[in-house]
Design a protein around this ligand. Sequence first.
Ligand code: ZN
Length: 243
Amino acid sequence: MRSAILADIHANLEALTAVLGDIEQKGGVDEYWCLGDIVGYGPEPHACIELLRRYNHVAVAGNHDRGAIGKLGMNQFNPHAQIALAWTAEHLTEEDSGYLGSLPLTLDIDEFLLAHGSPADPLLEYVTSTGIATRNFAFLRSPFCLVGHSHVPAVFMEESGTAAARSFSPGVGLVLGKSRMVINPGSVGQPRDGDPQAAYAIYDSESGVIRLYRVPYDIEATYQRIMQTGLPLHLAIRLKEGR
Ligand code: ZN
C-alpha cells in the first residue's frame, strides 16, 4: 500500500493542487495521511478543506485548525497568525468548522503515530532538535512517528536510547528499519527550509521506504490571492522566500 503524507497545507490551494497532481503523476496512492494545519495563514481555507475531503484520507488536528474554530486560545499564536485565523474563521462554512472540530489530536495507523506537533504535545511542541526528539520517544506507541508543525523536513532516529538527526532529502529513500524514528515531511503550503517548493512524502509499505518530494507550484498566484484578501503581506512574501 502507498500512502501520501501531507503536512501544513495552510490554505494554499495552488500548492495543494500541485502536490495532488504530482502524486497522480507518480501513479497515485491508496490513502492520504494529513498531519494538520490544513488552514491558517493562506487565502483558500474552504477550498483546501473541500479538495482534501474528496480524497480517501485521514487527518489529525493542527494548532491552526483548532485556532480557526475557537478551540485554541489566540495567545498561542503570533500576531500575523492571529490576523489570519480571524480572517479564516470568517471564511469557513459550518461544515468546514465541523470537519476541523472532528479531527483527533493523534492517530495510530499501522506502525505509525500521527501527530501535528509532537507525541507529547500534539498541538504545540516543535520536534526540531535531538533533545526534544529523545524526550518524545517515551511517548511513542508505535515504532515510527509522523509530525508536521515546523514546516521543515527532518528525521530523528533512535540510537542507543537517544535521537540522532538523519538527512532527509528528495531522491534518497528513507528505509524504515528496527530503530524508532520521528519523521517530518515538510510543509505543502508554507515551506520554511529555504526551498519555496511544496514538500510532501510517500510511504510504500511493501518496500518500507518513505520518499520526500519537492514540487514547484504557482507561488505568484497564491501571493496575489493573499494580497487581494488583505491578509498580512508578510504571509505572501515568506512563500517566495520559503522561510
Ligand atoms: Zn503549520
